[in-house]
Design a protein around this ligand. Structure first.
Ligand code: GAP
Length: 452
């Protein structure tokens, strides 16, 4: 079973490279550990996910606004947010080869000792013994995950700044500016999509854990709760929204998603309650998204004076925050894993048409028949004004279908000799491989109806 999962992961990584979803970063220089570049179809999938998210959670809601903040913020932000002190993972070093690992992943440590040093280990794979000296690792020490840089030409202590490890802080820091310019009243949220950076000790599993990644985050501000029920009701609303996003927007089989209530002692320093949404990735179950109740922790740390004033009573307060957070790259990996389908003769990505890089592909039946190519170009150019549409005239039709299936194009449109006489085309459905004839003038409506 574990082998099967590894094979699936290899197949996905290989398809991503072969078809232009994701390439190894800086490949011609031998790569750059755990950095990945999104290729021509990968960037379309990524943008489609981000646009869907922005539409759903910012444009279509009255209680949301968006921002796009600077990546490098004043270092005081990270002091106030607690990241300078608290944002760390426990690090251990192998005493034999000096490779470094997070000590909170015992399975990884077991695998390292067994596979690299050919030693067998007795003991509890989930327990803490593994991080002790007895098993060949140094005692754990805390390693801060923030990426440091220097502002300006002098590399001095006073010029240190950090690449943001989460987009969230900008929503707290800009809270008053947003309020003053939009006159929002509680409850309301601020959303943002952008890059975040973490100097992960053990990145890996393709785009699952990288040092540079993208987040889609919401800080949802609620009135100061009088009791637990007051914040729990918003927490529950966002829990449902996140499930609906996975099911209805990403099209993920929800049986592959599991909710994990993060216990006391394991939550981030700012959270009073956290649910991790775990997904059955090919390499095993792991965190896809998170939902946290950050209380008034962040606003209290950033604002000495109450940043919100009740319009009626004039009373000042520090609103509390519910934070749903989504990783863009993990969304892509979950969507690819969920949509990867093998049939006897073919492989296809069963992507929702909204997510598919191309909504349709247009082919002339034969590339050496001028009249077919001319008509096909006409169809292609008209559709291309409205949708992302691919053109392909290489090889035979079978090979073109195969290539489009692998990038998840839901419809392939072929212009043949009948088209010239009757004005209709063959439309082949990716999932069923069934074909139907559709009039050229109805194609636009047909594709649009599949994107609703
Ligand atoms: N603002 C809260 C926060 O950043 P997090 O659980 O640390 O919470 C949120 O990160 C999401 O960002 C995760 O659920 C995951 O989807 C994504 N993420 C975190 N670290 C990542 C990494 N190293 N590589 C890729 N995605 C990551």
């Amino acid at each position: 079973m574990a082998e099967q999962k590894d094979v699936l992961m290899e197949k996905i990584v290989s398809l991503c490279k072969r078809r232009g979803f994701v390439f190894p970063g800086s490949e011609i220089y031998g790569g750059f550990a755990n950095s990945w570049d999104y290729g021509p179809v990968g960037v379309e999938l990524k943008n489609n996910i981000k646009q869907l998210w922005w539409n759903r959670f910012v444009h279509q809601r009255d209680d949301m606004v968006g921002i796009d903040a600077a990546l490098i913020m004043n270092p005081k932000v990270w002091e106030a947010s607690g990241h300078l002190k608290e944002f760390s993972d426990p690090l251990v070093e192998c005493t034999e080869c000096h490779e470094r690992f997070r000590s909170d992943d015992p399975a990884l440590l077991f695998a390292h000792v067994q596979e690299k040093h050919h030693k067998s280990i007795q003991g509890d794979r989930t327990g803490t013994e593994i991080s002790g000296v007895a098993f060949g690792f140094t005692p754990p020490k805390q390693f801060n995950l923030m990426f440091k840089t220097f502002i300006g030409p002098a590399e001095e202590q006073t010029n240190i700044a950090y690449f943001r490890p989460e987009t969230a802080q900008a929503m707290f820091v800009d809270f008053k500016n947003v309020l003053d310019t939009t006159r929002r009243t509680l409850p309301f949220g601020i959303g943002q999509i952008g890059k975040a950076f973490r100097n992960e000790i053990t990145p890996g599993n393709f785009i699952f854990r990288t040092r540079e990644f993208e987040q889609m985050e919401i800080e949802y501000f609620i009135p100061v709760p009088a009791n637990d029920e007051d914040w729990k009701k918003y927490f529950e609303l966002w829990r449902k929204e996140m499930i609906s996003w996975m099911k209805d927007d990403l099209g993920i089989n929800i049986e592959h998603v599991h909710e994990l209530e993060v216990p006391d002692g394991e939550r981030a320093h700012y959270s009073k309650r956290t649910i991790d949404f775990e997904y059955d990735f090919p390499f095993g179950k792991n965190e896809l998204y998170g939902l946290a109740y950050r209380t008034d922790f962040d606003l209290k740390n950033h604002f000495k004076e109450a940043p919100y004033r009740d319009a009626e009573t004039g009373e000042g307060c520090w609103p509390h925050t519910i934070e749903p957070t989504w990783g863009v790259d993990r969304s892509i990996l979950a969507v690819l894993s969920d949509s990867y389908t093998e049939e006897e003769e073919r492989v296809y990505l069963k992507l929702k048409p909204k997510l598919a890089p191309y909504k349709a592909a247009v082919f002339p039946l034969l590339r050496n028949k001028e009249e077919l190519v001319k008509k096909a170009r006409e169809v292609y150019e008209n559709l291309h004004k409205k949708f992302m549409v691919a053109w392909d005239d290489r090889g035979n039709i079978g090979k073109r279908y195969y290539a489009q299936d692998e990038i998840g194009t839901p419809y392939c449109i072929t212009i043949d000799f009948d088209t010239l006489e009757k004005g209709d085309v063959t439309v082949r459905d990716r999932d069923t491989a069934m074909q139907e004839r559709i009039k050229i003038e109805d194609l636009e409506k047909f594709i649009a109806s599949k994107l609703e």
